[in-house]
Structures are given as C-alpha cells and as structure tokens.
Design a protein around this ligand. Structure first.
Ligand SMILES: NC(=O)c1ccc[n+]([C@@H]2O[C@H](COP(=O)([O-])OP(=O)(O)OC[C@H]3O[C@@H](n4cnc5c(N)ncnc54)[C@H](OP(=O)(O)O)[C@@H]3O)[C@@H](O)[C@H]2O)c1
Length: 269
C-alpha cells in the first residue's frame, strides 16, 4: 500500500474556515497530514475540522484572529502541545479591497495590510521555532496574481500581495541555510467567499468578473503539488499566468490594456 506523503506530518493552515484554506486543509489531510486549522469563525472552523477528521487524521481547530498577537501566540502554543512541531505553515488568511486608491479609506488600507501582510509576518515569526524542529519544513505563502502586477481599482490589495511576494523572497534566502523552504502560491480568480468578505471603497462594488473562476479544490491540489515538489513559485489560472508574463515582457502594452478597466466614473448605485 502507498504511504500517504504527508503521513505523521503537521500542517497549519490560516484562514481554514472557508475557500482556499478550507480546501487546502482537506487536501493535506487526504495526503496524510494532521492539520491545525486557524480562523475567526468558530462554527465554520469546527465544520472544517470535522471534514479533516473524516479523512482519518487529527484536526486541531484553533479560533484565532491572526491580527491579534495573543491569539497567534496561543495558536502556536496549542500546535506545540498537540504535535510538538510543525512541518508546513500555510499562510493563507487574507481579505480583498476594491476601489480606486483615491477612494479607499486609510482604515481600509491599514486593515488589509494588517491581515495580508503584518499577520503573515507575525504567524511566520511565531511558527519558526516549531518549524526548526522538523527536517524539511516549509512555509507556503498564498499571494495572488495581483501581487505580481498592480491593476486599476485593486491597488490596495495588489500592494499588500506585492509585499507578501517581497517578504517571501527575503525569507526564502534568510532561511535557506537552515533547510526551511519558502514557497509562493499565487492563485488567480478562485471560487470562494472572497468577494463577500472583501472591503469596498464607499460607493464602489465590483461587477461580476467575466472570467471562469478556478474551484478552491483545484487551487488546493496545486498547493499540495507545490509542497511535495518544493516548488518556489506557482502562478495559477491561464489568464493569471498570461498577465504575469505580459507584464514582465511588455509592461507598457499591458498598461494600455489595464487602463481600459479603470473607469473612475463607474460607481455602483
Ligand atoms: N478568491 C480569489 O479569487 C483569490 C485569488 C487570489 C488570491 N486569493 C487569496 O487566497 C487567500 C484565501 O482567500 P479565499 O479566496 O479562500 O477567500 P475566503 O473564502 O474569504 O477565505 C479567507 C479566509 O481568511 C480568513 N481570515 C480573514 N481575516 C482573518 C483574520 N483576521 N484572522 C484569521 N483568519 C482570517 C477567513 O476566516 P474567518 O473569516 O473565519 O476569520 C477565511 O477563512 C487569501 O489570501 C486571498 O487573498 C484569493
């Protein structure tokens, strides 16, 4: 019988109550991992933990707001007490922000950076002592294709994910000599609760995007493959990859295309 690749390994997923994080928790559990699930909504977290346990592994749901230092400390204390170390940290918790840079509020921009950037840094820092105890430990940061290129009406969110990309690159080289790999996964448009949770500048709401969204399960499978192969950079969806490449090789031309989606007069009613 084939041994599941993550058997007896421990994976911590932030933002495990819905969408990509919840699907990732199931994917790593199906690969044999015990999973620590962190998010704020307790009942959704308990449901996600039951899905993980149904796959025959241990689940540890820890209600946690990643923007609160004391919650994050407790999250890692409970992980340590239950599993004695950590093989993979998946920094997935995140929120979106929509509206022109002129219209988003400072509070909204700070909130998005608190969750997407500061919390990722905080959780990673707190998890390092546990990761250091396991050979071949990994950190996986969930960015976005929008972390590779700023788009109109998404500047606050794009900036937060660009910060994630830069932190990932720095951390990768800081930890390389210790054998801890740092991976970046950049999903494109994905089916999840992201749109419902996104902050919108006052008077702004995004229309439906005319692109096919990737199922969260497919993103989770790509995350599992990235972890198994130690792949440093995974960019998802065809339009997402095309955007990243076009921006790298013909940025001026891409500006012209991007301009067409910026219409500051187009507000929701
Ligand atoms: N959906 C897309 O199209 C897309 C595309 C590219 C990248 N992404 C990225 O993928 C990641 C997951 O998003 P998703 O699409 O799965 O959206 P989602 O369904 O809204 O999931 C976001 C998760 O983050 C958690 N979260 C938010 N704030 C938190 C906080 N302060 N403390 C703890 N947990 C928090 C939420 O849990 P609670 O509300 O229970 O706390 C939820 O579990 C995000 O980093 C997002 O930026 C999404």
């Amino acid at each position: 019988m084939k041994i599941p690749p993550f058997r007896e390994r421990t994976v911590l997923v932030t933002g495990a109550s819905s969408g990509i994080g919840r699907a990732a928790a199931r994917a790593f559990a199906a690969a044999g991992a015990n999973v620590v699930l962190a998010a704020r909504r307790e009942s959704a977290l308990q449901d996600a933990a039951r899905e993980v346990e149904a796959l025959g592994v241990r689940a540890l749901p820890v209600p946690c707001d990643v923007t609160r230092a004391e919650d994050v400390e407790r999250l890692l204390r409970e992980t340590d007490a239950a599993f004695g170390g950590l093989d993979l940290l998946v920094n997935n918790a995140g929120i979106g922000l929509y509206g022109p840079l002129e219209a988003i509020s400072e509070a909204q921009l700070r909130e998005v950076f608190e969750v997407n950037v500061f919390a990722l840094w905080r959780v990673t820092r707190a998890a390092l002592p546990l990761l250091r105890r396991r050979k071949g430990a990994q950190v996986m940061n969930v960015s976005s294709v929008l972390g590779h290129r700023g788009l109109p009406l998404l500047g606050g969110y794009c900036a937060s994910k660009a910060a994630v990309n830069a932190m990932t690159e720095s951390l990768r080289t800081e930890l390389a000599s210790e054998g801890i790999r740092v991976l970046l996964v950049s999903p494109g448009l994905t089916e999840s609760e992201f749109r419902e949770h996104r902050r919108n500048a006052e008077g702004w709401a995004q229309d439906a995007i005319p692109l096919r969204a990737m199922p969260a399960e497919a993103v989770a499978q790509a995350m599992l493959r990235a972890a198994l192969r130690g792949r440093r950079d995974t960019v998802l969806t065809l339009p997402g990859r095309a955007m990243v490449l076009a921006n790298r090789f013909v940025p001026g031309l891409f500006d012209l295309v991007a301009r067409r989606t910026a219409n500051p007069r187009k507000k929701s009613s």
